[in-house]
Design a binder for this molecule. Structure first.
Ligand code: TYD
Length: 212
């Protein structure tokens, strides 16, 4: 594939959205073609799936149903948005990707890390990110930020703290196993110093792929 595929992972409130915006603005200023997309959602079918997944109306959804809906949304996003953009040489920045499903559904929901990884690879035609930033923050920091921004929790965010502890640990586990593409950043640091590290890593990989 000609382009560059970058994903952001982390707990809700870890600062993914802020950093994605900074990176997108920076790449545009450099004259590079960058596309931002998010999961679940990002396509017409994906938005419908997102509503079903996150609405608190569906509390008690079977965990397998939940996992399959995330994969369905991703398959659509991959074929309609990500793959065409990468093939045309663009930089794709994705807010969450299959590492979220491996950690939330595979590890925290106990559906099986390997099982979910294999199904995810199938759903997204074996496309693996070139670079994944994990914004790592403690559970209490995530809760504090969610309160400050006064965001209403979605069905999955509304899970108890124990679930978040498992997610924190699960992310660190898969980052350790995929050191070739994972960059773990301290999400508790100030916005500009986190962005400095993101920018340096993106520039390094762009050079390696001869895109700049
Ligand atoms: P997202 O829209 O990224 O929420 P936010 O913008 O608040 O980070 O994701 C919504 C919720 O879905 C979030 O609690 C994480 C969860 N999620 C999974 O459980 N599995 C997945 O594969 C994805 C993509 C998200």
């Amino acid at each position: 594939m000609k382009g560059l595929f970058i994903t952001f992972e982390g707990l809700d409130g870890s600062g993914k959205t802020t950093q994605i915006k900074l990176l997108h603005d920076f790449l545009k200023k450099e004259g590079l073609d960058a596309v931002v997309t998010m999961e679940p959602g990002g396509t017409a079918v994906g938005e419908k799936i997102r509503d079903a997944l996150l609405s608190r109306k569906y509390s008690g959804m079977d965990y397998k149903t939940e996992a399959l809906l995330f994969l369905a949304s991703r398959a659509e996003l991959m074929s309609k948005v990500i793959m065409p953009a990468l093939n045309s040489g663009s930089i794709v920045i994705c807010d969450r990707f299959f590492d979220s499903t491996v950690v939330y559904q595979g590890i925290a929901r106990k559906l099986g890390k390997e099982q979910i990884l294999n199904m995810s690879l199938w759903a997204c035609s074996n496309v693996v990110p070139d670079l994944t930033f994990l914004l790592s923050i403690k559970v209490d920091k995530s809760e504090e930020r969610m309160k400050i921004t006064n965001r209403e929790k979605d069905r999955i965010e509304a899970e108890k703290d124990l679930f978040k502890e498992k997610i924190c640990k699960g992310y660190l586990e898969i980052a350790e196993e995929n050191k070739d593409r994972f960059i773990v950043l301290d999400g508790g640091k100030d916005i500009q110093s986190i962005f400095g590290e993101i920018k340096d890593n993106v520039e390094r990989v762009l050079k390696e792929k001869r895109l700049i």
